[in-house]
Design a protein around this ligand. Structure first.
Ligand SMILES: Cc1cc2nc3c(=O)[nH]c(=O)nc-3n(C[C@H](O)[C@H](O)[C@H](O)COP(=O)(O)OP(=O)(O)OC[C@H]3O[C@@H](n4cnc5c(N)ncnc54)[C@H](O)[C@@H]3O)c2cc1C
Length: 288
């Protein structure tokens, strides 16, 4: 069992910012997150308004991409030495007085793991009260409010006078000269993988090789906007899946859409007698 100085529970914007801040110090810091990527809770589902207080219409109000912001915080923390553990749902915390530490139990697809830590930082968002209860502080109030989002075509933006969603500087937003220079520097910019959002192969490759080691299809979407256009991934989703397989050398049946268990493929639907993993009868004998 590894011993940590600080364990942050939850990899939303709060947990990622705390982890990044702590990475400035000489501490062994880890983050436990129940999902397979950062920003899978509220931090990936908000409006991106940088609130200045009582009204949106003041100069210090603004918009940012909350997904990109959270990913940047987490990736920077990771590059500075913080260890992120995904697919770790904290289910129990015990106090070990002898070791002057907390003993955290986290569920994974493989079973339960235990983490020993001197300090715990609770960044579990809407589930923060569950964690505080595990730490011996019950009844921490968390109040949720439901809202609704409407996804509009980009053209609708021309009719709106107030900010609705952030516009990002990507290949799509570059000038023609900038695009030409990008393609000259890296020909992968010359291949469009997501036609609706004009996301290039170079951008998808960069997302696949992210420092956090996230390789779900939704992870690529959150880092590039691919699959977020009009066809909602009808054209590019299979291409992205194929790129994940090729780049990381994983089997198609091992690629997940977003969560643990959300496999993109459950196995072969047709027998391929030429496949190396087929038996003498042409049956696919790939094992999970
Ligand atoms: C619809 C909507 C619109 C919003 N718009 C804005 C806005 O415009 N501007 C603004 O400033 N704020 C906005 N907010 C609020 C903002 O999104 C949240 O305040 C912020 O994202 C909270 O971040 P967090 O890291 O605390 O929580 P979360 O992002 O929810 O992160 C908590 C993390 O903890 C993980 N977790 C939970 N339990 C466990 C466990 N047992 N073990 C391991 N991991 C666990 C979760 O999986 C999750 O990843 C909005 C919120 C919503 C819902």
């Amino acid at each position: 069992m590894e011993r940590w100085d600080v364990t942050v529970i939850g990899a939303g914007v709060e947990g990622s910012a705390v982890a990044r801040e702590l990475s400035r110090y000489d501490l062994a810091v880890c983050v436990l997150e129940k999902e397979l990527d950062v920003a899978c809770g509220n931090s990936g589902r908000n409006t991106g308004m940088l609130h200045a207080g009582f009204t949106y219409f003041v100069p210090s109000s603004g918009i940012l991409d909350p997904m990109e912001y959270t990913i940047a915080l987490a990736e920077n923390a990771c590059q500075n030495g913080v260890k992120f553990f995904f697919d770790r749902k904290v289910t129990a915390i015990e106090r070990d007085e002898e070791a002057d530490a907390y003993r955290i139990s986290a569920e994974t697809a493989q079973g339960t793991e235990t983490f020993s830590t001197k300090w715990v930082v609770n960044c579990a968002g809407m589930y923060a009260s569950q964690i505080s209860e595990m730490l011996g502080y019950p009844n921490y109030p968390v109040r949720g409010f439901k809202g609704e989002y409407f996804v509009l075509d980009k053209k609708a933006g021309a009719f709106l006078k107030i900010p609705v969603y952030p516009a990002l500087k990507r290949f799509y937003d570059m000038t023609l000269e900038e695009q030409k220079a990008a393609i000259e520097a890296d020909p992968n910019y010359g291949e469009i993988v997501c036609r609706c959002e004009t996301v290039t192969r170079a951008e998808i490759l960069r997302a696949i090789h992210n420092p956090l080691g996230v390789h779900t299809v939704t992870g690529i979407k959150n880092r590039t906007r691919a699959t977020m256009g009009r066809c909602q991934g009808g054209y590019c989703e299979t291409r992205i899946t194929e790129m994940i397989e090729q780049e990381l050398g994983v089997d198609p049946v091992d690629v997940r859409f977003s969560k643990e268990g959300s496999w993109m493929f459950t196995g072969a639907v047709r027998k391929d007698p030429t496949a190396t993993n087929a038996n003498a009868d042409g049956e696919d004998v790939t094992e999970r």
